[in-house]
Design a protein around this ligand. Structure first.
Ligand code: ADP
Ligand code: ASP
Ligand code: MG
Length: 595
């Protein structure tokens, strides 16, 4: 019998009428011959209210008790949903995380699922019940209730679908599907019919709150087809799958306003320092993004990165300790920032996405503090007040409001075997090889020795500078790969990027002219760098991964230059001479996680 998982978010179960509406959808699926598992969130804004209550008492509630408190929201909904179904004449049984057999680690408020035992659910389904599962919660080895992080019911739903081998996972919410950006922020946003796991994972991780990013890790790892749709209608929504039909250079844009920038100023420029910093941050399970390290001056460098605003106090604590230990000058932090990103699988093959994005932003007179890129995304950090205007400008620049045109000359690529197939072949599908369902899984580790690295230091920190650099380079048909711009100091910024070695001379010619015009420093360059990249799923959200890369290299005296992170790829540049050695070291370090 086919099995379907249906998840209803907070607004879709906000009152008893809506609960009845959701119950009717479940009944229809059951009448169509499916076994049905319903996953529900807390009603409406219940979770927010519960958090506010705790905050009335203290600024620092213990996270164990917060989990006890927050998980109560979902428990109310499952009971009401079961009562609703029974009132409509259907057999139903509600289950908490513990009753569902959802085992997690013990990191309260951001727990990861280790295993799901499906026996009890299967028995209840076999007896003709609709099973109603509490989203967002699990239980650790001590028997304590844990929660998966805000928005985590999506992850419960997809994880249950994976564990039960469901045929589909429907995510019912308050919009028609996944849009090119948040339709509540930009009314011109367009619903997309299909989107790939990689793009959705990246968008979700960069601020598209429609899906909890970790749910997409599950979907990709276990090949779960996810259908995001509106609980108030029957219109088809968005399918999240491995390979969508149409590809455009940019598939969506996202904004993250709840992010803060931190800078460690005046760090001694020695191997191992970044490693030390990020090991401490990884220890605290704080996800970092937009890591930029300035080219050293007077043997000192600055390291900047962003963290979710909620993690700012904890990060500041870590950073202050590290600053004292390593003799850094000071710690700076900026809270009023917003990160705007564009994401697209085809970006790699489409030179010029960067310049288009930077130009669109500069045309609004908006300055970019930090730029980071990866193969499938570009992010720009701007002041929070400029966030929405930046998002609108970028969304418009790529014509995301219009139905997509097919890319004309899409380079032929050998299609990679789906992750699900590869997993099945390597025997990982039963997760017996992994100690936990959410463990890191690495597909490959690559060494690229075809690039040069160029840095433009002391360029004016004003709108339009990055746009001009990448327009001039694109004008001579050079494809730029990794780009980072670090935040300005004394009105000056540093832009670093890589180009193919054969294009170095031409790039230097172009950039020397710009340096002269701006009276900035002569371009600094390294003619032969190596790029080491680790590719897999959910890499950025597994905070320890980047740290392990740094540590592995630093322990062997290899210095890391530029870092670029996405959920499916973490790349770093090192000296060419260290490339082969670095590759071997990383292969050894990650042998257990390789599929
Ligand atoms: P639920 O309670 O159902 O889980 P959420 O509030 O978590 O609902 O997610 C739905 C919301 O996500 C939408 O109301 C929308 O404002 C927001 N959102 C952000 N980015 C996107 C996007 N790219 N597409 C659709 N919705 C988005
Ligand atoms: N109720 C939880 C929250 O509000 C989980 C969820 O809705 O996904 O974050
Ligand atoms: Mg949600």
């Amino acid at each position: 019998m086919p099995l379907i998982v249906q998840k209803f978010g907070g607004t879709s179960v906000a009152d008893t009428q809506k609960i009845l509406g959701a119950a009717r959808k479940a009944i229809r699926a059951a009448q169509a011959g499916n076994q049905v598992v319903l996953v529900v969130s807390a009603m409406g804004k219940t979770t927010d209210h519960l958090i506010a209550l705790a905050e009335e008492l203290t600024d620092h509630p213990s996270s164990r008790e917060m989990d006890m408190l927050m998980s109560s929201g979902e428990q109310v909904t499952i009971a009401l949903m079961a009562i609703a179904l029974e009132s409509l004449g259907y057999k139903a049984v509600s289950m908490t995380g513990a009753q569902l057999g959802i085992k997690t680690d013990n990191s309260h408020m951001k727990a990861r699922i280790r295993s799901i035992s499906t026996d009890r659910m299967k028995k209840a389904l076999g007896e003709g019940n609709i099973v109603i599962a509490a989203g967002f919660q699990g239980i650790d080895d001590n028997g304590d209730i844990t929660t998966l992080g805000r928005g985590g019911s999506d992850t419960s739903a997809v994880a249950l679908a994976a564990a039960l081998g469901a045929d589909e996972c429907e995510i019912y919410t308050d919009v028609d599907g996944v849009y090119t950006t948040d339709p509540r922020l930009l009314p011109e946003a367009r619903k997309v019919a299909q989107i790939s796991y990689d793009e959705m994972l990246e968008l979700a991780s960069l601020g598209a709150g429609v899906m909890h990013s970790r749910s997409i890790e599950f979907a990709k790892k276990f090949g779960v087809a996810v259908h995001v749709r509106n609980s108030a209608s029957d219109v088809p929504g968005t399918l999240i799958i491995e390979t969508p039909e149409s590809d455009t250079a940019v598939s969506g844009a996202a904004i993250e306003k709840q992010e803060a920038r931190l800078t460690l100023v005046g760090v001694p420029d020695k191997p191992g320092i970044a490693m030390h910093l990020f090991s401490e941050i990884a220890e605290a399970k704080i996800p970092t993004d937009m890591i930029v390290q300035n080219v050293g001056q007077d043997d000192r460098t600055d390291i900047s990165f962003t963290v979710p605003s909620a993690d700012l106090p904890a990060t500041l604590e870590v950073l202050q300790t590290v600053a004292d230990e390593i003799g850094a000058e000071k710690v700076e932090c900026q809270e009023n920032v917003a990160k705007v990103s564009v994401v697209g699988l085809e970006m790699e093959q489409q030179g010029g996405v960067a310049k288009q994005m930077f130009r669109a932003i500069s045309q609004q007179g908006i300055n970019i503090d930090i730029i980071t890129t990866s193969e499938i995304k570009i992010s720009a950090l701007v002041s929070r007040d400029d966030g929405l205007a930046t998002l609108r400008a970028v969304h418009g620049a790529f014509g995301l409001e219009k139905a997509p045109k097919k890319i004309k000359s899409r380079p032929k690529q050998k299609s990679a075997p789906s992750l699900k197939r590869k997993l099945a072949e390597s025997g990982v599908m039963d997760v017996s090889r992994l100690s936990g369902m959410e463990d890191i899984l690495i597909e490959t580790i690559l060494l690229n020795r075809t690039e040069s690295q160029i840095s433009l230091a002391n360029v004016p920190d004003i709108p339009g500078v990055a746009a001009e650099v990448f327009e001039k380079i694109a004008a001579v048909n050079i494809v730029v790969d990794m780009i980072v711009q670090s935040c300005g100091r004394n009105g000056k910024a540093i832009i670093t990027f890589t180009v193919p070695r054969k294009s170095l001379e031409k790039t230097l010619e172009v950039t020397r002219k710009l340096a002269k015009k701006w009276k900035s420093d002569e371009p600094l360059y390294n003619p032969a760098i190596a790029i080491l990249s680790v590719r897999g799923t959910g890499l950025r959200s597994h905070t320890e991964l980047a740290y392990r890369m740094f540590k592995t290299l630093a322990d062997s005296g290899i210095n890391v230059n530029v870092v670029s992170t996405s959920e499916r790829n973490i790349a770093i540049t090192v000296d060419d001479a260290s490339g082969e050695k670095g590759l071997k070291l990383l292969q050894k370090e990650f042998a257990n996680e390789m599929m």
